[in-house]
Write a protein that binds this ligand. Structure first.
Ligand SMILES: [Fe+2]
Ligand SMILES: [Fe+2]
Length: 453
């Protein structure tokens, strides 16, 4: 995490304090806005947007939770939360006047805030800053590469359930990080909710997990892997209790990573040997931490944390000479883990389309992944997962609605564009006439079609 971003946030908070002390006409406030604006410009020099989020009581800049900074600015975090602000996005091109107005808005007495933050910002003519609840559409915000504007129609009950679960899950993870008591019953209950919904309406959930891979990656990754692992294990015949146990183990598989330096985890350049072994240690570290929670969650999270990078052929890490092969829960989690990790990379420069992900993973069949499990996984998910936006060979744009286990490349799709060609097409039945040509990345070329889904 470049210090610049942290500094720009600190400067922003400082000018909010200054405003509260001196009022918005005072030169000291003006000066502090100048400083905040300068450092914001610095941070935006190398990126299109700067995303600040609040997860639980922690601050996340970009996609990383900043535990140390959060500690020192906790009252401000709570203050923002209290005003319904869990996420702020600054877009490149932001003007100093906009920043000043925004800080003034933040200082408004709570009683005067009767609308959603985003509506206020629009009213005040602020175009290059968006703010509001985490993950809610920043309608009206300018679109820029890498920004994510999720249409409001996605805010279905399922999404709230997902987010509520996400919050509870965040609380548990934060608890574990701080070695606190974890509300095991609450967590189990949330996971249970997810599982029930998966069984009745799993496609909705998969759609959400497909589209929501954009922020606060660590948390979202954990929940995604957990949902995938539960869906997968229930489909291959595990009973409800086992599915829940696998889901919880999946949820905690990367717990050790939360202790590894964010500088190392986020490093774009080649890692040094020392850095790589730090990252590798997350398996053992996580297992050690989770050992303290065996009474609440059982031993499976410890096993999965320890083994999820072992690989099916045992060539991964950590090196364990006496083990023959990983536990089936670890094999399941490792498939879901890699699948989700590859999907998440779509948000960045490296564009992995679903068919590329399929090809990458299938190459590892029998080495990294257990062959039967991997085949079954793709029979369930299809090559083009439910919710993917794709272009068809007849020129129209469609969204994948359902998979065929016996034909993983020809799902059922719904044409969404052009408007006069709207229909459901079963590509398996029309194999010779129409096929999927290309995946449209929902952050890029697919973005224009999101509102049609
Ligand atoms: Fe991992
Ligand atoms: Fe992972």
């Amino acid at each position: 995490m470049p210090d610049r971003i942290e500094d720009s946030f600190k400067d922003l908070l400082a000018s909010l304090q200054t405003l509260k002390f001196y009022g918005n006409e005072h030169p000291i406030f003006k000066k502090s806005v100048d400083k905040a604006y300068q450092s914001l410009q610095g941070a935006l020099a190398t990126r299109e947007e700067l995303v600040v989020g609040i997860v639980g009581e922690e601050l996340a800049l970009e996609k990383e939770i900043l535990f140390d900074l959060s500690k020192s600015v906790r009252p401000t975090i709570m203050y923002l939360k209290d005003r319904g602000i869990e996420k702020i996005v600054f877009y490149r091109g932001v003007q100093k006047e906009e920043l000043e107005k925004f800080i003034t808005f933040l200082a408004m007495p709570k009683e005067e805030i009767k609308k959603e933050a985003q509506d206020y910002l629009s009213l005040m003519g602020i175009k290059n800053i968006a703010a509001g609840k985490l993950k809610i559409a920043t309608a009206g915000a300018p679109s820029s590469p890498g920004s994510f504007v999720i249409p409001r129609q996605f805010l279905s009950n399922l999404k709230f359930l997902y987010e509520d679960s996400l919050n509870k899950v965040s609380d548990s993870l934060t608890g574990i990080l701080n070695s606190q008591e974890v509300e095991a019953a609450t967590l189990r209950f949330s996971m249970h909710n997810i599982m029930e919904s998966l069984q009745t309406n799993y496609q909705e959930f998969l759609k959400l997990t497909t589209l929501k891979r954009y922020s606060l990656e660590t948390y979202v990754h954990l929940l995604n892997v957990s949902i995938l692992a539960m869906h997968f294990s229930s489909k291959i015949g595990f009973n409800k209790d086992d599915v829940l146990d696998i889901g919880i183990a999946a949820l905690f598989h990367d717990t050790g990573k939360l202790y590894i330096s964010r500088r190392v985890l986020g490093k774009k350049d080649r890692l040094t040997e020392e850095e790589f072994s730090q990252i590798k240690s997350h398996t053992v570290l996580g297992a050690e931490i989770l050992l303290k929670y065996v009474e609440s969650f059982g031993i499976l999270p410890v096993v999965v944390s320890f083994e999820h990078h072992l690989k099916f052929d045992m060539t991964g890490y950590p090196k364990i000479p006496f083990l023959q092969k990983p536990h089936i829960a670890s094999l399941i989690v490792s498939i879901c883990d890699v699948y989700d990790a590859l999907f998440q990379r779509r948000g960045y420069k490296l564009d992995y389309s679903p068919d590329m992900i399929y090809n990458v993973m299938i190459k590892e069949k029998g080495t990294t992944f257990e062959p039967l499990l991997l085949d079954k996984f793709f029979r369930l998910m299809g090559v083009w997962p439910v919710g993917s936006i794709v272009s068809l060979s007849n020129g129209s744009i469609a969204v994948v609605r359902d998979e065929h286990e016996d034909d993983i490349v020809s799902p059922k799709v719904e044409v969404i564009y052009p408007a006069d060609r709207k229909e459901i097409i079963d590509l398996k039945e029309r194999k010779d006439a129409i096929k999927i040509e290309r995946f449209l990345n929902p952050w890029k070329e697919g973005k224009d079609f999101l509102h049609l889904i």
